[in-house]
Design a protein. Structure first.
Length: 288
């Protein structure tokens, strides 16, 4: 079978099994075939008339079948690109998403290029921590996750990428930290989805760990905990930056302001939806 025909057939199959409006059968088919052939997506279209070897066709068909069942493409490939980094992924963590790059961009915009201690809570695959450490070699970045397998994966990603100014530890948010530790920047993409949200039954999230997705209090519990507790670990003038659901911006801003943070604001993601809220902490005495 020719490459172009293999792609066409796969797209048709994946389109029939698409579960939501975010499905991208064309992209999925291209990524899977490029992976099997060890080529780029551009190469596929340049050489669409070339034949796919039987062994390669068998491997491709097996991957398409798994994708038809809903398995995330990132798991089938074994990696996901995030902020220019190729990160290994696993079923123990969330799959890094483009919208989370907004959090990284805001951190890089608001913070100086050196002398920053940054903390990433709920680090998962290490995506945010590694992106910050890669972009700012003079920062010291710490990533924490409650799941041991996630910490191991993040460490492996750091070693593979050769990023040395980052370390990962296991713990439940701040529990792994000494009370005296302070950071100029604390970031997190915590669980923020309500348990009854219909989107939990759609797309890749069907396969991802619920513990990394769902939070109590209509999805606000972990966000509120971070806002409250981060004050004890921020330096004077330090920033807290949180990813949240696109309908939670107002509530997160209100919580930040109520807790005494200043310069509170919300930034949109790639789709223009409220996605990252932030605030600066001085101290209970200095903040109005």
């Amino acid at each position: 079978m020719r490459i172009d025909q293999a792609l066409s057939d796969a797209v048709a199959r994946l389109a029939r099994h698409a579960t939501d409006e975010t499905a991208m059968p064309h992209l999925d088919a291209q990524l899977l075939l490029a992976h099997v052939l060890g080529r780029s997506r551009t190469w596929l279209y340049t050489w669409g008339d070339r034949e796919v070897e039987p062994a390669e066709a068998k491997r491709f068909n097996a991957l398409v079948e798994r994708r038809e069942q809903g398995e995330p493409v990132a798991w089938l490939l074994g990696y996901r690109e995030f902020f220019g980094l190729r990160l290994a992924v696993s079923p123990h963590t969330l799959i890094p998403r483009p919208d989370t790059e907004t959090l990284v961009e805001q951190a890089l915009t608001h913070m100086p290029a050196s002398d920053v201690r940054a903390l990433d809570l709920g680090t998962g695959s290490g995506a945010i921590a590694l992106a910050l450490a890669s972009e700012r070699p003079d920062w010291q970045v710490t990533g924490i996750d409650i799941v041991a397998e996630a910490v191991t994966l993040a460490q492996r990603n750091a070693e593979t990428l050769g990023i040395t100014n980052v370390r990962f530890e296991q713990g439940d948010f701040f529990s792994a930290l000494a009370p005296s530790m302070r950071f100029e920047l604390i970031v997190s993409n915590p669980p923020y989805i309500d348990a009854s949200d219909e989107h939990l039954g759609q797309g890749d999230v069907r396969f991802e760990p619920r513990s990394a997705l769902v939070a109590g209090q209509d999805g606000m519990a972990d966000l509120l905990h971070l806002i409250e507790t981060a004050r004890d670990f921020l330096t004077v003038g330090g920033w807290l930056m949180l990813e949240h659901g696109h309908q939670q911006g107002e509530a997160v801003r209100a919580a930040l302001e109520s807790a005494g943070y200043t310069a509170v604001g919300t930034c949109p993601d790639l789709g223009g939806r409220e996605r990252v809220s932030l605030g600066q902490w001085f101290s209970a005495a200095l903040n109005p």
